[in-house]
Design a protein around this ligand. Structure first.
Ligand SMILES: [Cu+2]
Length: 158
C-alpha cells in the first residue's frame, strides 16, 4: 500500500504539467507523419535533385539524415543571400517540434539528392529513407513531379 501511495504521489504532479489531451494519447515516437512526399524531375546529365515532404512528429524530434538508392542524400536548407541562392547541409538536422507540421519545400529545407546515377523522371517513384533522432527510420515512396514543379500535383501547370 505504501508503495502504491508513493507511486501515485509521483505520478500526479507529472500529469498536472502535461497537456490534458496528449497525456492520454501520446503516440509512440514512430508516429511521425509524412505528407505528400515528392521529388522534382531532373534534366539529363543533371546529377542533383531535390525531394520534399511535410513532416509532423507527435513528440519533439529531429530529422537528422536521409538515404536513397538513387544517389547520396543529405538534409539541406536553401537560403537567399542577397540575390545568391545558398544551400547548406543541416549537420544538426531539422527540428520537428511536437505536433507542428514542418515543410520541406522548394526554397527552404529539402532532401538533396546527389550523384544521381540516372535522371529522375516524372511519374517515377523513388525510395527515400528518413532518419530521426528518436523515431525509427521511415521509408518513403516519393513520386517524381515534372521539371519545374513547385509541388506534388503540378502535372498540368503551364
Ligand atoms: Cu541542397
Amino acid at each position: 500500500m505504501r508503495r502504491l501511495v508513493l507511486a501515485v504521489g509521483l505520478f500526479v504532479p507529472f500529469c498536472l504539467h502535461a497537456q490534458p489531451q496528449t497525456a492520454a494519447t501520446v503516440e509512440p515516437a514512430s508516429g511521425v507523419r509524412a505528407e505528400q512526399p515528392w521529388a522534382r524531375a531532373t534534366a539529363p546529365r543533371q546529377t542533383v535533385g531535390g525531394a520534399y515532404v511535410t513532416l509532423t512528429s507527435p513528440v519533439d524530434d529531429r530529422l537528422v539524415g536521409a538515404s536513397s538508392p538513387v544517389g547520396r542524400a543529405e538534409v539541406h536548407e536553401m537560403t537567399m543571400d542577397g540575390q545568391v541562392m545558398r544551400m547548406r547541409e543541416q549537420k544538426n538536422g531539422v527540428a520537428l517540434p511536437a505536433g507542428k507540421p514542418v515543410a520541406l519545400a522548394p526554397g527552404g529545407y529539402h532532401i538533396m539528392l546527389m550523384d544521381l546515377q540516372k535522371p529522375l523522371v516524372a511519374g517515377q517513384v523513388i525510395a527515400i529513407q528518413l532518419r530521426f533522432q528518436h523515431a525509427p527510420p521511415m521509408d518513403l515512396e516519393v513520386k517524381v513531379a515534372p521539371i519545374g514543379a513547385q509541388g506534388p500535383n503540378m502535372e498540368h501547370a503551364h
